[in-house]
Ligand binder design. Sequence first.
Ligand code: NAD
Length: 496
Amino acid sequence: MSFSANVKQALSKVTIRNQAFIDGKFQPSASGVTMRCVTPIDGSVVTKISACDAGDVNQAVEAARRSFEKGVWRDMAPRDRRDVMLAFAENIDRHKEELALLETLDMGKPIFNTTHVDLRLVVQAVRYYAEAIDKIYDEIGPSPRDAVSMIVREPLGVIAAVTPWNYPLLMASWKFAPALAAGNSIIMKPPEQASLTMLRTAELAAEAGIPEGVLNVVPGDGEAAGAALALHEDVDGIVFTGSTAVGKLIMGYAAQSNMKRVALECGGKSPQIVMADCPDFDAAAQAAAWAVFYDQGQVCTAGSRLLIQQEIKQAFLDKVATVAKELVPGDPLDPGTRFGAIVDETQMNSVLDYIEKGKNEGATLVCGGGQMLDNSGGYYVAPTVFDGVDNQMIIAQEEIFGPVISAIAFESFDDAMRIANDTMYGLAAGVWTSDVNTAHKAARALRAGNVWVNCWNGSDITAPFGGFKQSGFGRDMSLHALDKYTELKSIWMQLS
Ligand code: NAD
């Protein structure tokens, strides 16, 4: 079947929700303005989605505030709240095939990935935070016998979450699951490129018993809906995943308004360091290539700077290039496809632009470098490898967010650490070595929130995830995420 025939067939299997979800109901934006939702698979329009602005945001914040003050969620007994969230997780699980289809239609990553990675991890996150609700205790502090010192965690109140298009539902779930577990009411602002799964999930939450006003969704442009949330005087906390440039704006909006709490998960330009004593050369080269080509490189932790020790550089890079050359983009809806589309035309052109910059800066194009599958009407870029990259080049410093590897040679361990840390980002880093001493030294020297040894993207919901430096602050995943959604309160009770 053609790509377009597959798109039509997939559309017949999903429920499209294209309006804002406020106070338990879908409603059009007050202005009536809509945004086109285009699938990158073949460039066709799937639906038009309500584009919310400050007016709709006000309504959503009012609904969230009302639900919070009434205590319909916050004051529910922890075990009951846990049961509702577990029912929510089950409902997502029951609809995971539909949600995976929606995600692939909306942003073009392979259905294999949305099914086996994104949706599996979404269900896992909602279950994990649901289970945490009735298992976390507050603290009793040391005090004289005639006093009681209690240190309790309270929900922040109304949370706004602004999220990106590369893992639309997964990044959203890493926000709404801990926020809800902590007893907050929340307003989600999904990315304009991919709002479908979050809108459908809000309906699944309501079916599972999340009360009206507790989980709201306002689709719309960042400058309109996103900024209105970040500037809102009655939002207590804003959590953001997206680019560093927008993360800085969010900090400014919080400062200009009510000093709402801010947590940012931003961009990366992560180094993978391959030492000459790298174990299992073939497996390492495969993994190093997939660290960039997975989801077409549209991953915040993409290991896009490949630092290889000089004496093995050519042999290792040849193997990486072989993986790249064998990897051809395919129809994202085909279960056999492992390399899909770029989210939209703007992003595809931005990636192609960076490739031109790399060539102009004097890097050597080893393979890839161009658009593919033009006849599909969709947006596809070939896996691309650059050799001879200097760490000061634009392609080594800026986040391309596409399937582009920049290979950089280094001489010594110290050299590698210096180059690896010479970036404004600090999201992830990795080292491939057989020597436990080198591994340990590198893990401590690398300035990044996530360090991987002899693997890439190793993680679990129990391990915190987030950045150093301009990759942001605050952590998603694990019980540490709950810190962002709670205030600590000290209560000192004097006894008679
Ligand atoms: P983006 O910054 O362009 O957009 C992210 C969100 O911010 C979107 O919902 C957008 O509508 C909104 N936004 C845009 N302008 C805004 C404004 N002025 N005010 C308020 N909101 C605004 O990022 P993107 O292109 O959607 O996603 C890619 C970026 O996300 C990459 O930089 C990637 O590294 C980063 N990312 C980081 C992580 C992480 O955990 N650190 C995870 C995934 C993606």
